[in-house]
Design a binder for this molecule. Structure first.
Ligand code: GTP
Ligand code: MG
Length: 339
């Protein structure tokens, strides 16, 4: 009898526990669907860091956006140029435009930090850009200071000089790594002013710059639709050295050679001297020297790559740079058509 009771009790206990488990399961199922609903409502907030190429689609799909590709050897001044543009717009109106927002504020701030007094560096420095980093695109929205036109959006690349140096004279690798250049509204080559005005480095600097341009032309990444700016950077240093007439003569010859070799290859070729962040010794050259002519051209140039236009483009690899070009140029010419 006592055995029977105990068996019944055990059975009852088991039934109770099964019921309670089912209840728990139901609750957890309810919870899961509730959680799913909540998760559906959660928006991914922008982190504000420089964008990876595939994250720029949101910007390029919404508005006409100008893509500015900055190129140049290691330490030629690409990142400093970007940070100076950001500084200049923080001060107020510059070159007829004012700051109207950015989805990559933290990316700008990270690049500016080492140049600030708070970083405790005695000289304004810019950290070297690491090779092959993926989050390398900065976004800047600008408005004309008379509020007459809509805001204009720029995407500016901050790739590493090592990435550029590695493709010099290697057309196939250049095509593979830098197909994004085909999509550039402005391609900007920085030539290190410190090196081109130095007797030990000027020949190699000249040759490397010309060779990099040639590589991109031979690879079909730059052509008759391209707008190309060649910038002789760190012009404050050139200025300090120009008591030696040979230096200015060398730079003049270099500029003429660029014009002779490439002016017919591109839609537009311009050569500027800039000093994105001059040293305090050269008082007559202020922060952002030369940029007031450059920026309006970047903002106003009419793109050949409108989003609704058909642009002949066939990416030849699935690298991130190429995927960006693929997305911004649309599906019409992309992988979908490949057999
Ligand atoms: N005097 C002077 N120095 C500059 C100027 N622009 C950049 N520099 C310095 O040049 C160095 C290299 O500049 P970066 O902007 O880091 O060069 P980068 O092309 O981004 O180099 P990578 O990231 O290695 O490709 C930094 O120490 C800057 O402070 C300038 O206008 N004048
Ligand atoms: Mg850099």
């Amino acid at each position: 009898m006592s055995d029977e009771v105990s068996i019944n009790e055990v059975q009852q206990e088991e039934a109770d526990s099964l019921e309670s488990n089912n209840e728990k399961l139901l609750i957890s199922e309810e919870h899961t669907s509730e959680t799913d609903e909540i998760l559906d409502d959660i928006l991914e907030l922008p982190r504000g860091q420089a964008l990876e190429i595939d994250k720029t689609y949101e910007i390029t799909a919404a508005k006409m956006t100008k893509l500015i590709v900055l190129a140049g050897s290691v330490e030629s001044g690409k990142t400093t140029l970007i940070t100076s543009i950001y500084h200049l717009f923080q001060r107020g109106v510059f070159a007829g435009y004012m700051f109207a927002g950015s989805k990559t504020l933290i990316g700008f701030e990270q690049r500016c930090h080492s140049a600030r007094i708070s970083s405790k560096n005695s000289n304004a420095l810019t950290k070297r850009t690491q090779r092959g980093i993926s989050d390398s695109i900065l976004h800047l929205s600008l408005r004309d200071n008379h509020y007459q036109e809509e805001k204009k959006d720029l995407l500016i690349t901050d790739f590493s000089g090592e990435d550029y140096d590695s493709v010099i004279a290697n057309v196939e690798l250049a095509k593979l790594e830098f197909n994004i250049i085909k999509r550039a509204d402005n391609f900007v080559l920085l030539v290190d002013g410190n090196n081109i005005s130095h007797k030990n480095y000027r020949q190699s600097t000249k040759q490397q710059s010309i060779l990099l341009l040639k590589t991109f032309v031979d690879g079909g990444l730059l052509g008759c639709d391209s707008r190309v700016d060649v910038l002789i950077s760190k012009y404050d240093i050139v200025k300090l050295r120009c008591e030696d007439p040979k230096i200015l003569r060398f730079i003049d010859t270099f500029k003429k050679e660029i014009e002779t070799d490439f002016s017919k290859s591109f839609k537009q070729l311009r050569i500027y001297e800039i000093a994105a962040r001059p040293s305090p010794e050269t008082e007559e050259i202020g922060l952002g020297y030369g940029l007031e002519k450059l920026i309006p051209n970047w903002v106003e140039s009419n793109s050949e790559h409108g989003h609704n236009e058909y642009v002949e483009y066939k990416p030849n690899s699935y690298s991130e740079f190429n995927m960006f070009a693929f997305r911004t140029l649309g599906h019409k010419n992309g992988y979908e058509n490949e057999g």
